[in-house]
Design a protein around this ligand. Sequence first.
Ligand code: ATP
Ligand code: MG
Length: 464
Amino acid sequence: MTQPKQFRASKGTRDILPPDSALWNWFEQTAREVFGTYGFGDIRTPIFEETQLFARSIGTDTDVVSKEMFTFQDPLAPEELVRKVVERGFDATKVHVAGGQAPKAIWDALSEFEWLTLRPEATASVCRAYIEHGMHVLPGNVKLYYVGPMFRRERPQKGRYRQFYQIGAEVLGQSDAPAIDAELLEMLMVFFKRVGLTRTTLYVNSIGDKNCRPQYVELLRHELLQVKDQLGPDSRRRIETNPLRVLDSKLPHEQAIIAKLPRISDHLCAECREHFARLKDELKLRGIAYEENWRLVRGLDYYTRTTFELIAEGLGSQNAVCGGGRYDGLIELLAGPPTKGIGFAIGSDRAILSIRESGDLPRLPGLDVFVAWMGLSTYAAAVAIARKLRESGVSVELPGEEMKFKKSLNLADKLGARYALIIGSDEVASGTFTLKRLADADQKKLSEYELLEYLESEKRGTRG
Ligand code: ATP
Ligand code: MG
């Protein structure tokens, strides 16, 4: 007989289990709280979208789109096919759906709808939703945040997974005032401080806009062609496809060459220069420490002007915990109205790794009380008090079967309970409870009222 197969989580994915998940919940909950104070609302977009959405917004030449997407085909249902055919201006009567005999031109035009991709990032989805729901008519800037998994088919290693988690925020609207960029960065730093991620460096740069970047890119390409022979294959390829990305190279032998290349800061147009200067003033005004890094370019094509990245200590080469920037042309690229945008995405996996490594972990709620009841005659009292304690927010473990006293205390200890609540026939008779603190075996006899009062106030004291 063949052995049944034992399954494991797929390559690059993993389970997040208690008590780890409590740290994750706390991390994400803190983001929700901080972002809420800056007026951001939660947006939940689908986990998959049409492949074309990502290809168009992120850019087909980026690593994310060219190598890392999880894409799958969803053959269209006949009625959907007909609807799409008509939407695209074809004559529906020409599609013999039953026989699948549509002319090739129609198939080609439609095939793009059939390809879906697990989201590698969420800015494209947020922009799609902004356009789809006509959010440009909303008053003021539209401020949204999201929390959830992203998918990229990468080589898994520490801090790099195929399913990973991001917390991101986006500001969309008519204004591109540098104050928006600065406030977003302030919010980011406030959040990082709240979760104890303080050993970080914020790098900022401006990569220009559609007026000045093309000239700079041409200049860069020209200069790169002069030194082509000294570059590795990736950089050589990028001279044609995306010269900016060469600046991001980590290859040791390319560093000296890159250091001599022209810098974008010397080639920004007047508006971009002004925008960047005002951003830096704003950051100073808000007391946000940053370093300028002219080589900071982002891996997604949609960025303009402000770009930034946060690096955390102690993470080795996967040390970027947050990336972001402006994407003023993106909404229009996706057929929406002229709109400015800026956002960031925090890599939660890496941020949490870094918090864990710093050892500065928050005290998270665990098991408060283990109910050690003895003798079937005490069971009803045990069930009743467990329910009351839980109603007042105390976390309780109640064994469903009778246990020997010693075994009971042993289990309470192993579960990490802070107290054992002892209920024997004496306690039931006198209407009291014995509360034993497991750390130092300190014992109190309390009435039900006193017990609830004591544990509730204790709980309040350990919170926050
Ligand atoms: P990297 O250069 O490390 O690949 P990136 O530039 O591709 O990062 P972004 O697309 O800007 O990353 O995503 C923002 C953040 O999401 C990153 O700073 C990182 O913390 C996190 N991140 C990106 N890809 C992964 C991954 N495969 N596993 C874990 N975290 C990731
Ligand atoms: Mg990447």
